[in-house]
Write a new protein. Structure first.
Length: 143
């Protein structure tokens, strides 16, 4: 997963770094563009490579908004629109609400409450993980 964001200020960067560590601690192969900025490189080439290699099609976050775009194939980025529909239904049944969007309706948009505790985040992560695992198994996607 590629985590890329607007580099506003040190507080925002710290929060994004904490989010990145949270993802990695929970088994997500997350990459952070902040780390790439520590050395000089071709940003267009770097971003193309990172998006191409991301496990998810795309993730972005700004403030209290986060979006996840699901794909069937990491290389072609074929939208996982049917699978996204199934995952959304599962998540809603389990109590995790997303807004579904994107051109192919394969994008989950999460807008959490202003106050959210670690237990709620853990529960949401568990529900989403189960949904993705089951969708991949049902559709024959993944490794």
């Amino acid at each position: 997963m590629l985590v890329s964001y607007a580099h506003d200020d040190a507080v925002h960067e710290d929060r994004v770094r904490e989010f990145w560590w949270f993802l990695r601690a929970n088994g997500v192969d997350a990459r952070l563009d902040l780390l790439a900025g520590e050395r000089r490189q071709d940003w267009t080439e770097w971003m193309s490579r990172e998006v191409r290699d991301a496990a998810y099609g795309w993730i972005d976050a700004r403030g209290l908004f986060a979006g996840l775009e699901f794909v069937r194939d990491r290389v072609t980025k074929e939208p996982a629109d049917d699978e996204s529909g199934w995952m959304l239904d599962f998540c809603v049944r389990e109590g995790l609400l997303f807004e579904k969007g994107g051109c192919y309706y394969n994008r989950f948009q999460l807008i959490p409450s202003l106050v959210i505790d670690k237990e709620s985040v853990d529960r949401a992560t568990d529900i989403l993980d189960r949904a993705m695992t089951m969708a991949e198994a049902r559709s024959g996607i993944g490794g």
